[in-house]
Design a protein around this ligand. Structure first.
Ligand code: GAL
Length: 714
C-alpha cells in the first residue's frame, strides 16, 4: 500500500492511499483463539484487506502500570497477516483500565452536577486532565514502539469516537485547564472582561483564577462569550489530547497513516488542528440509529446528510464502522437492515466520498454492553446473509477501486458548513431558533430527494466548482471570507445569504453596524430595518424549548393561542408562504430586485427576499428561515436560474443519485433505497461497472439495488 503526504484540508481532497480499505473492526480478545484461523480465511474469501483492532484493550496491553504485554494481539495480527490481511491498530484511550482509575481517580470525568464518572463502561476519563494525558502518551509510545517495525500494522486510529458519549467536563482540573487556555488566549484579564462583557451583570473578573466553568442556568444564563470560549477550549483540549498521540505515532514510523473515527461531532473543530493532524477522517455510519436519535426524515436521507457534512471538513474519508445488522445497547435498539440494504447503505457511503468501508463488526460479542450488536458473522459462528452481502460488496468495490480512488463528489450547490465558531455561536444563544445545520438540513433534504448535487463546504475552501452557495444564518461571518465570496459571485456564482447573517462578532457581541454588516450589505444591496420572532407552522413557541433551571421556577408551558395565531406571510413568485422562526424587514438598494414581499399584518409590502446582480452572478438575501416549502420554491426561483438541474430528471421516489468525478471520468451512483424494484428513466450512456452491462435510457434496480454507471465522458 502506498501512502502520499496528505494535501491541505478541502472537500475536494481524495484519500491519500492507493488502497480502498475493506474490512471490519475485529476483537480477537472476544473470540476463542481456536477460531482465529478460520476467521482469517473467511475474511480473505470475502475480500477483506484490512481489520481494525485494539481500541478497548488497554487492560490487555498494560495489565499493570508499566508492564506491557502484546502477545495476544501479536498472534492475532500474525494469523491475519498470513491470510493477507493488514491491521489498523488503535490507541486504547477510550477505556483506561481499572488500575489506572483506582490509582489516579482524578482522571475521571465530572458532569455538570458534580458527579464523578464511575468505572465500568467507557469514555470515563477526562481528556482535558494532565494526568490522563500523561498516561495516554505512555501507552501510545509503548504501543508505537512495539509495532514500529511490524509490516502488517499499516496505520492507526486515535482513541475511539472522542466526545461521543460526552464532551463536557466540570472537574476541578478542567477548571484549571480552562483558566490556562483563557490566559493564553487573552493575555490580560481586561481583554477577557471586554470579550465576555464584564459590565453586564457584574461578571467581570480580577484574575483568571477566579473564572468558573460555565454551568447552564446556575441560576441564570452565563454570557454567550463565556459559553463559546468553554466550547472552544474543549475543542482545543480534544485536539491537544489527540496531538500528543499523533506526534508519537508520526515520529515512530512516518509511513503509518493516522485517522480518527468520528461519532457525534461534539466539541471538535475538524478544520483546526484536530483535522490537520490526520491523514483523513473516519466517520462511523449507523443510518438507522442516527435517524431515530435525531428524527431527521428517513434513514437514507439522514445517512446522505451525515456523509455530506463529514466530507466538508477534509474531503474523502473512510467509514471505519458501517452498520451491518441489528444494533443495540441496553437502553436502545435500532432497526434491522433488510436483505440487500446493508450493501446499499455501504454503496451510499462510497457514493458520497468514502474511500474505505469497514462493516461493524466481524463477529458480535457474547458478553458486555453490546451483546445484540450484530456483526458480519452470527453468534453461532455461521456466516449468513450479512456475510454474503459484505462479501459481495467487498468484491464489487475491490474490482472497481481504481476507477473510484482519485475521484471526488460533485456539488452544484454548496451549503456553508464545517465552521466550528458559527455552529457554537448559535448554541450560546439559541432563543429557540433552528441551528444553521437544522435550517440547512431542509435544503439538503430537498436536494437529496430531487437528485441535486448538494453538499457542505467551508467558505475558505475552493468555491469555483459550485454554481451556488447557501449560507445558513451564520452569525459570525468573518470579513476575511468576503473576497472569496465576491470573486465567486463575480465569476457567475449565486450566493444566498439568510436572516441574521453576520450580526455578531467573534466575541458574540452584536455588531454596531446595521445588519448584515457593511460588507454583506454592500454585496447584497440589503440592510435590515427590523427583525422579530415568528412561530413556525405547528410550532409550540419558545417556552417548551427553554430548559427549566434546577430550582424549577419556570415550567414549560404550551404556546398561548394569541401567539400561535400570529402568522406572518410572504409572497414569492405568485405563491404565498407562511414564514417560520423569524421575519426581517429589508431596506433595499436601488440596484437590487425584490423577489419576495411580506404580505400580511404590519409588515405588508416590505421586502422579504431580494436579489442583486454582481458581475456575472447574483447575491440573494432571504430575510427569514427555510421551511420545506420555501426550500423547494427557492430551487425553482433561484437555483434553477443559477444553472442547477437535478443530476437525473424525473428521479423516482426513494432513488438517490450522486456523481463522483475526476478530470477523466464520471461515475454516477444510482441507488434504490426502497424494498420495491424500480425503473429509473433518463440514464445517460455509460457502463454499469457492477454488472459490466451498457447503461442508457432506463435502468432497472431490484429492491435496494445499486448501479455505478461510468458515464461516457465527452
Ligand atoms: C460506535 C462505537 C463502537 C460501538 C458501535 C456500536 O459508536 O465506536 O465501539 O459501540 O458504536 O454501538
Amino acid at each position: 500500500m502506498q501512502r502520499k503526504k496528505p494535501a491541505p484540508l478541502s472537500v475536494w481532497r481524495p484519500l491519500n492511499l492507493d488502497r480502498f480499505l475493506l474490512g471490519a473492526p475485529h476483537y480477537p480478545e472476544h473470540v476463542d483463539e481456536g477460531c482465529w484461523r478460520r476467521d482469517a480465511e473467511r475474511m480473505a474469501a470475502a475480500g477483506v484487506n484490512t481489520v481494525r483492532m485494539g481500541e478497548f484493550a488497554w487492560h490487555i496491553f498494560e495489565p499493570r502500570e508499566g508492564r506491557f504485554e502484546f502477545d495476544l494481539f501479536d498472534r492475532a495480527i500474525d494469523v491475519l497477516g498470513h491470510a493477507g490481511i493488514d491491521t489498523i491498530m488503535c490507541t486504547p484511550t477510550a477505556t483506561p483500565p481499572r488500575w489506572l482509575t483506582s490509582n489516579y481517580p482524578e482522571v475521571l470525568r465530572v458532569d455538570v452536577n458534580g458527579r464523578q464518572s464511575s468505572h465500568g463502561s467507557r469514555q470515563h476519563a477526562d481528556t482535558t486532565n494532565p494526568v490522563f494525558r500523561a498516561h495516554s502518551r505512555r501507552i501510545t509510545r509503548a504501543m508505537a514502539e512495539h509495532y514500529r517495525a511490524n509490516p502488517r500494522v499499516i496505520g492507526w486510529q486515535t482513541d475511539n469516537e472522542l466526545n461521543t458519549t460526552v464532551s463536557e467536563s466540570f472537574a476541578p482540573s478542567t477548571r484549571i485547564e480552562f483558566q490556562k487556555y483563557l490566559q493564553s488566549t487573552y493575555g490580560t484579564i481586561e481583554a477577557l472582561n471586554f470579550a465576555w462583557g464584564g459590565h453586564f451583570w457584574a461578571t467581570a473578573y480580577d484574575d483568571f483564577s477566579q473564572v468558573e466553568l460555565p454551568r447552564p442556568q446556575m441560576p441564570s444564563f452565563p454570557s454567550p462569550g463565556h459559553v463559546q470560549d468553554y466550547h472552544r477550549f474543549l475543542a482545543a483540549a480534544t485536539a491537544a489530547f489527540q496531538h500528543d498521540q499523533v506526534e508519537i505515532l508520526q515520529e515512530t514510523n512516518a509511513e503509518w497513516f493516522i485517522f480518527h473515527n468520528l461519532g457525534n461531532l461534539a466539541d471538535i473543530d475538524f478544520r483546526g488542528q484536530f483535522g490537520q493532524d490526520l491523514d483523513f477522517i473516519g466517520f462511523d455510519i449507523y443510518p438507522m440509529l442516527y435517524d431515530e436519535m435525531r428524527r431527521t426524515g428517513g434513514h437514507a436521507a439522514t445517512q446522505a446528510l451525515h456523509l455530506d457534512i463529514c466530507r466538508s471538513y477534509s474531503g474523502n474519508f473512510i467509514v471505519p464502522e458501517q452498520a451491518s445488522g441489528f444494533g443495540s445497547q441496553p437502553g436502545f435498539s435500532t432497526m434491522t437492515p433488510e436483505p440487500g440494504e446493508m450493501r446499499r447503505m455501504a454503496m451510499t457511503s462510497v457514493a458520497r466520498g468514502a474511500d474505505g468501508v469497514m462493516f461493524f463488526r466481524w463477529r458480535p460479542a457474547h458478553f458486555g454492553a453490546e451483546i445484540y450488536w450484530m456483526g458480519i458473522i452470527d453468534h453461532d459462528d455461521v456466516p449468513r446473509r450479512r456475510y454474503d452481502e459484505a462479501s459481495r460488496f467487498f468484491h464489487e468495490i475491490g474490482a472497481i477501486k481504481d476507477q473510484i480512488l482519485g475521484t471526488t463528489v460533485r456539488m452544484d450547490l454548496g451549503i456553508a458548513g464545517a465552521d466550528f465558531d458559527n455552529q457554537e455561536a448559535h448554541k450560546t444563544y439559541p432563543i429557540g431558533l433552528p441551528s444553521p445545520l437544522e435550517d440547512a438540513t431542509l435544503l439538503h433534504r430537498h436536494c437529496y430527494h430531487s437528485g441535486i448535487a448538494c453538499g457542505f463546504i467551508h467558505p475558505e475552501d475552493d468555491l469555483s466548482r459550485l454554481k451556488a452557495l447557501y449560507v445558513p444564518h451564520w452569525l459570525m461571518w468573518k470579513d476575511q471570507w468576503n473576497e472569496a465570496i465576491e470573486t465567486f459571485v463575480r465569476n457567475g456564482g449565486t450566493l444566498i445569504l439568510s436572516a441574521l447573517s453576520g450580526t455578531r462578532d467573534e466575541n458574540n457581541h452584536i455588531i454596531r453596524e446595521r445588519a448584515p454588516g457593511n460588507a454583506l450589505a454592500a454585496l447584497s444591496g440589503v440592510k435590515v430595518s427590523e427583525f422579530g420572532r415568528v412561530v413556525p407552522e405547528g410550532g409550540t413557541g419558545l417556552f417548551p424549548l427553554f430548559r427549566p433551571p434546577a430550582m424549577g421556577s419556570y415550567a414549560p408551558s404550551p404556546l398561548p393561542a394569541s401567539s400561535a395565531e400570529r402568522k406572518y406571510l410572504f409572497t414569492l413568485g405568485n405563491q404565498e408562504f407562511q414564514a417560520a422562526h423569524l421575519y426581517e424587514l429589508l431596506e433595499v438598494a436601488p440596484d437590487t430586485e425584490v423577489l419576495g414581499v411580506w404580505s400580511n399584518r404590519f409588515a405588508t409590502g416590505s421586502p422579504a427576499i431580494t436579489a442583486r446582480q454582481v458581475g456575472r452572478g447574483r447575491v440573494v438575501y432571504v430575510g427569514t428561515y427555510l421551511t420545506p416549502q420555501l426550500a423547494a420554491k427557492l430551487f425553482n426561483v433561484v437555483l434553477a436560474k443559477a444553472g442547477i438541474a437535478p443530476l437525473l430528471p424525473e428521479l423516482p421516489a426513494g432513488v438517490e443519485v450522486s456523481v463522483r468525478e475526476a478530470d477523466d471520468r464520471q461515475l454516477m451512483f444510482v441507488l434504490n433505497t426502497t424494498e420495491i424494484p424500480v425503473t429509473v428513466p433518463n440514464i445517460p450512456a455509460g457502463i454499469d461497472l457492477l454488472t459490466g452491462a451498457p447503461a442508457a435510457g432506463t435502468l432497472d434496480l431490484e429492491a435496494y439495488g445499486c448501479a455505478v454507471v461510468s458515464l461516457n465522458v465527452r
